[in-house]
Write a protein that binds this ligand. Structure first.
Ligand SMILES: [Zn+2]
Ligand SMILES: [Zn+2]
Length: 133
């Protein structure tokens, strides 16, 4: 299958492909050399996601896009500072097998993320609670 990628779509795709973590539209915009408006960025992101060039995770109502080149995505998302960390250890494979059998489904990808507090925020909140008491 061939897809026609406009220059903007190509530029956005390369920003996301080269990013080390998932990016929201705001950050994508900052990294673009051309100066498109947000509605063109959203349209392009939507297109790229529909064509599976990129995947996304939604977190607190904001979508974060990441490359589909590496297949599955595994992330830790901090509720406090919203830093996103990628982790490599896949815990889903045996679960995936069980679900495939149970629902007779052919699973091709998965995105997995855990929400919580990163170590910095844990330390910070810990110190803050100490000074308040
Ligand atoms: Zn944090
Ligand atoms: Zn996995």
């Amino acid at each position: 299958m061939k897809f026609r990628l406009t220059d903007l779509r190509k530029e956005i795709l390369s920003v996301i492909d080269n990013a080390r973590k998932p990016l929201n539209a705001k950050i994508v915009k900052k990294r673009l050399k051309s100066q498109p408006d947000f509605s063109s960025i959203y349209r392009s992101l939507d297109f790229l996601e529909r064509q599976r060039f990129v995947y996304s995770v939604s977190f607190s109502g904001v979508k974060y896009y990441f490359t589909s080149k590496k297949g599955n995505g595994h992330f830790l998302i901090c509720k406090e500072c919203r830093e996103i960390l990628e982790f490599k250890d896949c815990v889903a494979e045996s679960l995936q097998k069980r679900i495939q059998q149970k629902y007779n489904y052919k699973i091709s990808e998965h995105v997995l993320y855990f929400e919580g507090l990163c170590s910095e925020c844990q330390n910070y909140l810990h110190r803050k609670s100490k000074t308040m008491s």
